[in-house]
Design a protein around this ligand. Structure first.
Ligand code: NAP
Length: 424
């Protein structure tokens, strides 16, 4: 039953689906299409540069690429180079795994001041994402406030607070490392609109906050006595572990540490202060009313020069595909006949690479079950013809292997690669 399959997006969700298709449908042709020249999406541009272990999933993706039926086609944007309708005319199955790359807005006064960044842009900046390498964020002279207390917030704090030695073995981009080292920031704030018992981070990431050689964690406005009450048992266990870790952090002595991270609980941002650029952040104390975060009316200000909102993402719309708020409209992963979604563009930016792996594999299996049988669609040859007609300069997986080899060769001492970026 040979099917012509297009996977849009070469991040983990796309690659896990490709692997399932390749194994379960050995006669199928599988084109993995990405708007970037390089593959691996979130793994290359989202996962923190000091979490190289997580990035090792790409070894598995490389094995998928060894299958002759699987192609990577980079530099192709759906809606710009090929339309969604053309894709449907060309392939039997379309599997969309484009993630969520647009920063959600906080919706408060001052959000457009210089010095305010969304985490997608900020993380893209230090990870060499072509859309964000020129961000040139203001860091200093005062501190940095990170809004939200999920794992992305913790990633950002680590990257900013770790010393050059602690970034040993990472692939932090040179342009970012220079900015970070030239502007030694001593004050970090992580702002949680709810309490420690509800914090969104997970235990292993929270634990890393206690291991920073130069940054002392300080817990503010939460006595850590609330017992978490999560419906999901795994989530309950994680929250309980979080509290144990936070209690241990609270016991830590500052010693000679020059930097400080204030974990500010029960506070929501209400205004960014400054006329041209950020000078501070106004926060309002919160409490829960019928389970909802509600301001108490009591406000206070902190002095910072940089604000990074790490409050979640929205999926970038594709022309021709209907959105449902910040995700692609779908019914349990099905967009329409033959078209499927998986990962963050299906259900929003939640879950880790392993949790999204399971979902992508299951969605791919469903697509296979639903496949009606061979068609006369043109598949890879049809796509190639369209792209060549439009003179689109595509990139292949071999091109990527060349880039990878050059990046590894260019690595500074103590770094695993120097990502190729073009700065203006
Ligand atoms: P997240 O886990 O959903 O955390 C978002 C945070 O922003 C929460 O603290 C949330 O508070 C807060 N927030 C949302 N809207 C807000 C607003 N208007 N004002 C103030 N605070 C607001 O999102 P994330 O950190 O972006 O992570 C996304 C996913 O990637 C998560 O599943 C995460 O675990 C995963 N991830 C994993 C790793 C890892 O495994 N190492 C690393 C990075 C990311 P509430 O809780 O009150 O809504």
């Amino acid at each position: 039953m040979s099917a012509k399959i297009a996977i849009i997006g070469s991040g983990p969700s796309g690659f896990y689906a490709a692997d399932t298709f390749a194994k379960k449908m050995p006669d199928a042709t599988i084109d993995i299409i990405d708007r970037l020249e390089t593959p691996f999406g979130l793994v290359r541009a989202g996962v923190a540069p000091d979490h190289q272990g997580t990035k090792n999933v790409t070894r598995q993706f490389e094995r998928t690429m060894q299958n002759d039926a699987v192609r990577f086609i980079g530099n192709v944007e759906i809606g710009r180079d090929v339309s969604y309708d053309e894709l449907k005319e060309t392939y039997d199955i379309i599997f969309i795994a484009i993630g969520a790359s647009i920063d959600r807005k906080m919706g408060i006064v001052g959000e457009n001041l210089k010095g305010v960044y969304g985490s997608s842009a900020f993380v893209g900046w230090y990870n060499g994402h072509p859309d964000a390498v020129n961000l040139k964020p203001i860091l200093g002279p005062k501190g940095v406030a990170i809004i939200g207390n999920g794992n992305v917030a913790i990633d950002i704090i680590r990257v900013l607070a770790k010393t050059a030695d602690e970034m040993e073995g990472s692939d932090l981009c040179l342009h970012s490392e220079e900015n970070i080292r030239n502007n030694s920031i001593d004050d970090f704030y992580m702002i949680g609109r709810r309490g420690a018992a509800q914090a969104a981070f997970t235990p292993s990431e929270a634990n890393e906050l206690g291991q920073l050689s130069q940054c002392h964690p300080l817990i503010v406005n939460d006595d850590l006595s609330e017992i978490p009450s999560e419906e999901n048992p795994k989530s309950q266990k994680n929250k309980e572990k979080n509290l144990e870790i936070l209690k241990a952090l609270k016991e830590q002595e500052r010693g000679q540490k020059t930097k400080k991270l204030t974990l500010q609980f029960w506070a929501k941002p209400i205004e960014i202060l400054g006329t041209d650029k950020v000078e501070g952040l106004r926060l309002e104390r919160t409490h829960l009313v019928d389970g909802r975060v509600t301001g108490t009316g009591e406000t206070f200000d902190i002095e910072v020069s940089t604000i990074i909102s790490a409050i979640g993402y929205e999926t970038a719309p594709i022309s021709g595909l209907e959105m449902d708020g910040s995700i692609i409209r779908n019914e349990d992963g099905v967009v329409e006949e033959g078209v499927y979604v998986s990962g963050w563009c299906k259900h929003g930016p939640q879950g880790t690479i392993p949790t999204n792996r399971k979902e992508s594999m299951e969605m791919a299996k469903r697509a296979i079950e639903n496949f009606a049988g061979p068609s006369d669609k043109t598949g890879p040859a049809g796509l190639d013809a369209l792209l060549s007609q439009r003179k689109v300069q595509t990139s292949t997986f071999d091109d990527w292997k060349q880039i990878e080899a050059e990046e590894e060769k260019a690595a500074r001492p103590g770094r695993v690669r120097e990502k190729k970026v073009t700065l203006s």
